[in-house]
Design a binder for this molecule. Structure first.
Ligand code: FAD
Length: 839
């Protein structure tokens, strides 16, 4: 009996020591105590005690004395690692090392310090930024309609271009000292979100100069002279920039661009100058067709060793005026019919002087690192804002539409099927906006959060697509027939643009989030990798030894935490003081996920090594877990930052339950598909010792969410805060707003009529062709409703009629004005041709 007790005590003790990540000294002391107890109490045969003591005596010294440990263990492991490590190219290394680790590091720690997150102050706009939002941004939205830009001008109208330049939209991210607006990342994100709720064309046009483009590269890496010359011109719109990286043969694999520049002597402005002769072929370049300043990425070569001893100098970024001889620019692509400027550019053997290289000669070959660093920050602002903006538009307009549009004598928003889609839209948007704001906050804190910005780009554009798809299903034909009164069709068509650019989503999900996350956010892996590349063997041995044994303890700690939190439902996990009681359990569950992710990541990296890079499905699922934890963190922070709005709580609860269920599915996906089945079985026992505990959010909760979206509630206003709503006119969103208010005002009268009909006080059967007027008159005569109620019914009917109408066009839909592609065998389409064909 005592022996059983001793064995159990050892197991529990070991689990406890692992859980608290105990050091070697504590482990040794505990083992010594266990052995003494076994010997003193004669709990096991003395020979076994002696054998165990011998093993302990042999193993303990090398484990406790680093120098001995290095000589006997870690140096050998380091040598093996050096041979096993897959080769990493310079571009891969620069991509992995770019940016900073922030909250993502905590999520990977197995024990996130939630207080750190909650203590970050909620971002605020300055007075200037708020004024800009209320005036310039509002005005810009009022100046355009997406329909007109897309179908009439096929560009922004000239006065809108001028407004954008004059008001500094192209220089939001340029510092005030250079004449820019010097906005915070949060303000920039607010502007982009608002523009995206109204017009994709204007939002993309403003987005590019403010994100990964010449201004950002110049501000970070430009020479003083380049900054002084270009930044004020860019800020005032005197230059329109674009940035050209993508080549027909190098899209996602942008580091392999074949565009090249050869260092040579040439002639510039009549003088002999050192420079590069550059050849490029780029496509998909946003603002390219109207750019005056071409940012260009190419690979520099120095075969004559004019600037150093390397032949292949590496990717380089330069700024070339579009008017420079040899620069070909101006033709347009048609990206899903959107009217923002986008097109190819090419040039052959174009000589540029060395001081056109961003940062000058010292930055030759440093282009990839520059791009990766800028991407680490920029990717966290523009596209997350654009995805969220589209979702705000979809939620607000579709929620209203679902209330005013009736079928089967019921607002469609009250059918459970529609409710399900509305719930998804609301829950997604709550989480998306929270993530957008948190990510911008990180950038304002000075971070360049490479992993977090990748997560935000991927998930906010992906969820934006889901929200817009749900909206399309809810509005039915009204969403499909394009025209000025369609509020969602353009977003539906343009959503794939955001999915594709700045790292297409499949690639980001499969390769970047976990691939970069596991290496960057893990407390030891990057140190271990660096040690395998360190030339100084002594330095490498010391660093590797510390990292390796820290890593082993870390893995053991996460194993113990995963098992213990799984067995106890994480009820005993500490929660930061003062959080909303209704969210306490979420912090506990997320801490469990953090330990389990870190554990699974270590098992995956340890057992699959470099092969994990090719196991993209596993990597994507591990990345999903990290992403979902980040999205949940943002959601919990939003709930606190907004003062724990009880009425919004259903949105927060739904979003977190949905994410926890999805995270569980991702864990299950990793375990079920893990190539080593024995390890998979072990992982399942540890991660889900009592089965899978998370369920989908309940229908009851979903009902509460949907209800909030189909009425003009404060929650709906908070959810769609910052979106553009016209103050006048007959734009589709404003029409829905008006109809929604009118519909709700008319509902009491409708209810009275229904009751009167049921009681037999009112005959609601109308003769064929009779309109609502007849029923209203009858109801008024019967004393069922008064005159004001009658008017309310008629106003609601009229405003709803405007909302549900769709546009129609002449026979040729304007096709006769379009040129057919070269080589087409068809005659130009005209109304007459179409009509004849139909006949
Ligand atoms: C409207 C628009 C605007 C753009 N603006 C600019 C701009 O201003 N400047 C500029 O330089 N470029 C720009 N681009 C280019 C954009 O960055 C690329 O389209 C993008 O990098 C993807 O390249 P690709 O289209 O050639 O797709 P591909 O690289 O052919 O990829 C096709 C698919 O394969 C997936 N994929 C690729 N590799 C992997 C992998 N290892 N694992 C899993 N999946 C993978 C991708 O995710 C994608 O789904 C723009 C593109 C568009 C459409």
């Amino acid at each position: 009996m005592l022996t059983i007790f001793w064995v159990v005590a050892i197991l529990v003790g070991a689990l406890a020591l692992a859980y608290v990540n105990a050091g070697g000294g504590l482990w040794s002391a505990a083992i010594a105590v266990a052995l003494i107890a076994a010997w003193a109490g004669q709990l096991v045969p003395t020979t076994l005690t002696l054998a165990l003591a011998l093993v302990f005596a042999v193993l303990a010294p090398p484990l406790l004395v680093p120098a001995l440990r290095r000589a006997l263990i870690s140096n050998a492991v380091l040598d093996a690692f050096r041979k096993l490590m897959p080769p990493m190219s310079q571009t891969e290394r620069e991509a992995i090392e770019a940016g900073t680790v922030w909250w993502d590091g905590e999520l990977f720690s197995g024990k996130p310090a939630w207080r750190k997150l909650l203590d970050i102050p909620a971002p605020k706009l300055t007075a200037d930024e708020q004024r800009f939002m209320d005036n310039e941004v509002q005005r810009l939205c009022e100046l355009i309609t997406d329909w007109e830009t897309t179908n009439v001008y096929r560009d922004l109208p000239p006065e809108v271009w001028q407004f954008i330049k004059d008001k500094g939209f192209l220089g939001m991210s340029i510092a005030k000292e250079y004449g820019g607006l010097g906005f915070s990342a949060y303000a920039h994100s607010q502007v982009m979100t608002k523009l995206s709720t109204h017009s994709g064309t204007v939002s993309v046009t403003v987005m590019v100069p403010n994100s990964l483009g010449p201004a950002e590269l110049l501000a970070q890496y430009g020479t003083d002279e380049q900054k002084r010359h270009y930044l004020p011109r860019l800020a005032k719109g005197l230059e329109i920039p674009c940035f050209a990286l993508t080549n027909p043969s190098a899209g996602s694999d942008a580091a392999s661009i074949p565009d090249y520049g050869v260092v040579c002597w040439g002639e510039h402005e009549g003088k002999r100058a050192l420079g590069l002769r550059v050849t490029w072929d780029k496509r998909y370049i946003t603002l390219g067709p109207v750019a005056t300043l071409l940012g260009l990425a190419f690979r520099a070569y120095d075969p004559d060793h004019l600037v150093g001893d390397k032949d292949d100098v590496g990717i380089t970024c330069a700024l070339i005026p579009a008017t420079h001889p040899g620069v070909d620019i101006g033709r347009r692509h048609m990206p899903l019919s959107a009217a923002f400027q986008n097109g190819p550019t090419w040039g052959k053997e174009v000589f540029i002087p060395m001081d056109w290289v961003i940062g000058g000669q010292p930055m030759l070959g440093r282009g990839w690192r520059m791009l990766m660093e800028c991407l680490a920050a920029g990717r966290g602002i523009s596209l997350p804002s654009s995805g969220t903006g589209m979702a705000k538009l979809a939620v607000r307009a579709t929620g209203g539409y679902a209330r005013v549009r009736q079928q089967f004598k019921t607002p469609i928003g009250k059918f459970e099927g529609i409710e399900e889609a509305l719930t998804r839209m609301g829950g997604n948007l709550y989480m998306m906006d929270a993530t957008r704001v948190l990510t911008a906050t990180a950038i304002d804190l000075g971070e360049k959060p490479a992993v977090v910005s990748g997560i935000a780009k991927l998930h906010l554009t992906e969820r934006g697509r889901q929200v817009v798809n749900d909206a399309m299903d809810i509005v039915g034909g009204k969403g499909i027939c394009l025209g000025p009164s369609n509020f969602i069709g353009a977003a539906y068509m343009q959503v794939p643009v955001a999915i594709t650019v700045e790292g297409a989503n499949i690639l980001t999900r499969s390769l970047i989030v976990f691939g970069q996350g596991a290496i960057r956010c893990h407390p030891y892996v990057l140190v271990e990798i660096a040690a395998t590349r360190e030339a100084d063997r002594t330095k490498a041995a010391v660093a590797f030894d510390a990292a390796l044994f820290g890593h082993m303890r870390f893995t053991l700690a996460n194993l113990a935490r995963t098992l213990v939190t799984g067995l106890t439902g994480s009820h005993f996990v500490g929660v930061p003081d003062g959080v909303a009681p209704e969210t306490r359990r979420y912090y506990q569950q997320l801490t469990r996920f953090s330990a389990a992710l870190a554990f699974l990541a270590d098992v995956s990296m340890g057992s699959l090594g470099g092969a994990l890079k090719r196991k993209e499905k596993l990597s994507a699922r591990l990345g999903d877990i990290l992403s979902l934890m980040y999205l949940c963190s943002a959601t919990l922070k939003r709930y606190e930052d907004e003062g724990r709005q009880q009425v919004d709580a259903p949105l927060m609860h739904w979003a977190i339950w949905d994410a926890m269920f999805k995270a569980q599915t991702a864990f299950e996906g990793v375990i079920s598909n893990f190539p080593n089945r024995a390890l998979a079985a072990m992982m399942r026992r540890i991660v889900f010792p009592l089965g899978r505990p998370y369920v989908v959010p309940s229908d009851k909760l979903g009902h509460e969410v949907a209800k909030l979206l189909i009425e003009p509630t404060a929650t709906r206003d908070r959810l769609t805060a910052g979106m553009f709503i016209a103050r006048s006119g007959d734009g589709p969103v404003l029409q829905i707003e008006r109809a929604l208010v009118a519909t709700l005002a008319a509902e009491p009268a409708e209810a009275k009529i229904r009751l009167a009909a049921k009681d037999g006080r009112l005959n609601t059967k109308l003769p064929p062709g009779a309109g609502l007027e007849v029923l209203v008159a009858r109801a008024q005569t019967a004393g069922v409703i008064d005159a004001a109620e009658g008017t309310a019914l008629l106003v609601a009917r009229d405003l709803t009629a405007k909302v549900i109408r769709v546009d129609d066009f002449a026979q040729d839909l304007g096709a006769s004005e379009m040129k057919l592609g070269a080589g087409s065998v068809h005659p130009p389409v005209t109304a007459a041709v179409v009509h004849k064909a139909a006949a």
